[in-house]
Design a protein around this ligand. Structure first.
Ligand code: MN
Length: 314
């Protein structure tokens, strides 16, 4: 997925709330073409949770007779995209030649590294609904120039904890470890209440975490959550109390605090303004750094880059 914003937010660190032990923040409303999304992260005062640096939750939305998701070819650097669906189907095509339909319960993981381009489009004869999460993981500085690669994981490990079924996308949780390649110490897991549930999820206490409810409602560490809210939890917890009614669904993400200052702009994660300016120039010039995405859709041009603003804020 892409941030299609005409005026993409520029990275800024620090600020009020950055030191909170536990806080709930509301999503901003954003749009991907006709698709409304809840943009839950990043926040102005917090730019990463472990390596996680971007969280969009969209749907459930009717795409009956509509275009659904139509994200034309666009570039990424310095991150991994994590695509996770609850309903619907999306076709991923990238400049490495990968073409992969992602379905509910399957993980598409694209490592951009030095540079990649991809498109994401709803399947034409797909069902009438679309519901999913788009997440990004920032690659740590030591690995941000890795060769781009794409992984599809149709069968992810599961664990059951006190009536919650955990499907582990990244890292490890409750004894289950994902085969997906991670470049930092992190976790990402889908949690589904099989019945009315009060569970204690084991956590790695050196990690910071966040929880998003994607369906229904839940009480998490004493906070009542519903879709459109992100709960942040600072390091220092070895368990997470979750109460939820049958069918509620949550997403847990976290990791060792990255401790690196990210410069995020449009679909790029770098460390300096010149990292971003170079990526914009390379994309707009059609450089082989990003390559071409099959499928016939015209590429998305980068929005205008205000280098002075980027330099001033980064
Ligand atoms: Mn994308």
């Amino acid at each position: 997925m892409s941030t299609l914003d005409a005026d993409p937010e520029v990275a800024a660190g620090g600020g009020p709330g950055a030191g909170s032990r536990q806080e709930v923040t509301p999503a901003r409303e954003a749009h991907l073409g006709e698709l409304a999304v809840r943009r839950l992260f990043p926040l102005r005062h917090r730019r990463s949770i472990g390596g996680w640096c971007f969280v969009d939750h969209y749907g459930p939305a009717s795409v009956d007779g509509g275009p659904g998701m139509q994200v034309p070819p666009h570039p990424h650097i310095g991150l991994q995209t994590v695509t996770w669906l609850f309903e619907g189907e999306v076709v991923h095509r990238d400049s490495l030649g990968s073409e992969q339909v992602v379905r509910p319960g399957q993980l598409n993981l694209m490592t951009a590294g030095a540079g990649i381009a991809h498109s994401e489009v709803s399947v034409a004869d797909d069902g009438p609904r679309l519901h999913g999460l788009q997440l990004w993981v920032a690659l740590p500085d030591a690995h941000r120039w890795v060769q781009p690669h794409f992984e599809h994981h149709p069968d992810l490990p599961r664990a059951e904890v006190g009536g919650l079924r955990a499907t582990v996308l990244m890292g490890s949780l409750a004894g289950a470890s994902s085969p997906a390649q991670a470049y930092s110490d992190l976790v990402g897991a889908d949690l589904e209440a099989l019945g009315d549930t009060a569970a204690e999820i084991p956590l790695t206490s050196s990690h910071e975490h966040a929880v998003v409810v994607t369906s229904g409602r839940a009480s998490v560490a004493g906070d009542d959550l519903e879709p459109g809210r992100l709960l942040y939890l600072a390091p220092g917890r070895d368990a997470l109390a979750v109460s939820a009614a049958a069918g509620a669904r949550l997403f847990l993400l976290g990791g060792r605090p990255l401790g690196e200052r990210l410069v995020m702009w449009w679909n790029f994660v770098g460390r300096t303004a010149s990292d971003i300016a170079q990526a914009v120039a390379d994309w707009n010039e059609g450089s082989t750094r990003f390559g071409e995405v099959p499928g016939g859709l015209p590429p998305l041009p980068a929005p205008g880059l205000d280098v002075a603003r980027l330099l001033g804020r980064s």
